[in-house]
Design a protein around this ligand. Structure first.
Ligand SMILES: [Zn+2]
Ligand SMILES: [Zn+2]
Length: 314
């Protein structure tokens, strides 16, 4: 993510700011990727959305993709939704830099059901996932305490709302790439395996007897099925690209705009090198590693395939 400037006074501002330090209102333009003047998104006050509306009185492009929001009467629902939408805007802004969801993208935009595991009628079981362009997420995952509890239960190394968004959007992008390019699926299968094998059985086998990450897969969950390998791989590609881009924006990582880097393996090497340095810094404060994953050569080949497909596809 880049750093922005107030259109009125040129003060430095951050992606999620709604006002500059001098009190000027900020509106993010997702196509130009700058803070500008514009109409308020209709959800600006409720959830602190700082994107410009697509028209007067309307929603911004990100909020317009959300079809279901949690009942605001339930305690904590609105603040969890606000954090979920903030993570969603961040992830979408990155994909927009590769052309996804911009004016030249004529495919269907993803849709989101952002639901809460607590309702006024009691707890609700939510299955997060993607089906036919609709992404369902549990806004409870925007709570660090909830994330940490579930991360430990599932023995994961990393669990964030951005991670969920990137993973589920990857399933949506697989659908789009398969529809738009007949060459995509055969090339995918050569590297990731045949995604037409039974998904339910594969997932059950994974939960009965999970295989470790390493070698050819970035995470244990990626071993479950080629679809999940793709989603985990793409999520990590997006993490690594944004890591490089954000590091460059604050003059910590050399090499320029991460999203403009055409050489996937060079991008991954920059990300791995930068992550290793920040991991070392985090250990000084006894914090978890920023990026606790090993990028083997086989995993890098899959990341490079995803990089090529996503940069072309947008
Ligand atoms: Zn200002
Ligand atoms: Zn909005």
């Amino acid at each position: 993510m880049q750093i922005f400037h107030c259109p009125d006074c040129a003060a430095q501002v951050w992606f999620n700011n709604t006002f500059c330090p001098n009190g000027h209102p900020l509106h993010f333009d997702p196509d130009a990727q700058v803070m500008t003047h514009g109409d308020d998104c209709a959800r600006r006050v409720a959830i602190g959305c700082n994107w410009r509306a697509e028209g007067a009185g309307e929603l911004c492009r990100s909020c317009a993709m959300t079809e279901v929001i949690p009942d605001p009467e339930v305690e904590g629902a609105e603040s969890r939704l606000a954090r979920t939408e903030a993570a969603k805007r961040w992830v979408l802004a990155g994909l927009l830099r590769w052309g996804w969801f911009g004016p030249a993208d004529h495919g269907p935009a993803p849709r989101f059901d952002l639901v809460a595991d607590r309702t006024r009628h009691g707890p609700e079981d939510i299955i997060m996932g993607h089906a036919d362009g609709l992404i369902t997420l549990d806004v409870a995952e925007s709570s660090r305490a909830v994330q940490e509890e579930r991360r430990e239960q599932l023995a994961e190394d990393y669990r964030t709302m951005s991670g969920h968004l990137r993973h589920e959007l990857a399933h949506y992008l697989f659908m789009r790439l398969s529809q738009d390019d007949p060459g995509f699926a055969p090339a995918f299968r050569a590297l990731f395996g045949d995604e037409r094998v039974d998904y339910g059985e594969a997932l059950k086998a994974h939960y009965d007897n999970p295989k470790p990450a390493g070698g050819t897969h970035i995470t244990s969950y990626a071993t479950a099925h080629p679809h999940e390998d793709w989603a985990e791989t793409v999520a990590h590609l997006l993490h690594l690209t944004d890591l490089v881009d954000s590091g460059w924006a604050v003059a910590l990582a050399p090499g320029g705009d991460g999203y403009a880097e055409p050489d996937a393996l060079a991008l991954i090497e920059r990300a791995a090198d930068f992550a290793m340095r920040v991991n070392h810094v985090n250990r000084a404060l006894d914090l978890p590693d920023l990026y606790p994953f090993v990028l083997t050569d086989a995993v890098r080949d899959k990341l490079a395939f995803a990089h090529g497909a996503l940069r072309r596809g947008g």
